[in-house]
Design a protein around this ligand. Structure first.
Ligand SMILES: Nc1ncnc2c1ncn2[C@@H]1O[C@H](COP(=O)(O)OP(=O)(O)OP(=O)(O)O)[C@@H](O)[C@H]1O
Length: 259
């Protein structure tokens, strides 16, 4: 099992930020985590990566029960791509050096990289259609190119679990679709990582995401097979507004019901 979270509650200043969360992710599944602002998504990710200790409940990730494991070792198997990472990177680094720094998950590169790592970084950049940008300064890249570089960076460490935290934020339609098709490619790799994709936008949930968890006010509203979770009834209840849904390209497109 990749993630096994049982009865996890996290209290902060008497506020229940997560309430009795149960979540099991099996090998071979890829999950989407959907929740509105403040629903507890980041808190849950912090628990999975061992940055937050739950008030109650147990957390087992990649077969390791937290409390009995060296979290620094554990985190080497988990890639986390988020916009907060983007702001931490040194702006003058080249795209290639940013990718290379993923091997040790450091901000910046402190040792001379091995030739095979340079090759791997370039292959990853090429795979994402960014080979031509290897020597470009990270700060000069577009938002879409930056996201691809950050995903390539995370893949440098060959993680077993890859968290993509709202990767399409700030992307135009074309850049978003390009990034999504690259994410679909990662999902199809037979020995690739388990994906955990966080979003507010239902239409970003690609067919490769076999399962979806809807998180609301710190509680699991629904978790299961994507096609059983993303129904008109479930989504209308979740967003508390009558919705219509339409299927296209194996994805669900949501709109407000006409009055
Ligand atoms: N360290 C903390 N101390 C107190 N409250 C916190 C702490 N961390 C998060 N919260 C609160 O917990 C709630 C959930 O926050 P969280 O960041 O997990 O939500 P989120 O679903 O990731 O939101 P967003 O989509 O806006 O990023 C919020 O109300 C937030 O203010």
């Amino acid at each position: 099992m990749v993630i096994d979270i049982r009865e996890v509650t996290w209290l902060r200043e008497d506020k229940q930020i997560l309430r009795q969360v149960n979540w099991q992710v099996q090998d071979g599944e890829h999950w989407c985590l959907v929740g509105q602002n403040g629903s507890g998504k980041t808190s849950l990710l912090n628990i999975i990566c061992g940055y937050i200790w739950p008030t109650k409940g147990s957390v087992t990730v990649l077969g390791q029960r937290y409390g009995q494991v060296d979290l620094r070792d554990m985190r080497k198997s988990i890639g986390w791509v988020s916009s907060s990472l983007m702001s931490q990177l040194h702006e003058n680094e080249t795209a290639e050096r940013v990718v290379l720094s993923g091997r040790e998950a450091t901000i910046g590169l402190y040792t001379k990289p091995a030739e095979e790592d340079i090759e791997r970084a370039y292959t990853l950049l090429e795979q994402f259609g960014c080979g031509h940008l290897r020597d470009a300064a990270y700060r000069t890249l577009s938002q879409g190119e930056r996201q691809k570089v950050l995903i390539a960076r995370a893949l440098m460490a060959s993680p077993r679990l890859l968290i993509l935290d709202e990767p399409c934020t700030g992307l135009d339609l074309l850049a978003r679709e390009q990034l999504l098709s690259m994410i679909a490619q990662i999902a199809e790799q037979p020995d690739g990582p388990t994906l955990l994709y966080v979003t507010h936008h239902i239409e970003e949930i690609l067919p490769c995401f076999t399962h979806t968890l809807l998180l609301k006010k710190g509680q699991v509203e629904k978790a299961g097979r994507t096609r059983e979770v993303l129904t008109k009834e479930e989504l209308s209840r979740f967003f508390e507004v009558p919705l219509d849904i339409r299927e296209g390209q194996g994805r669900i497109w949501v709109s407000l019901q006409e009055r």
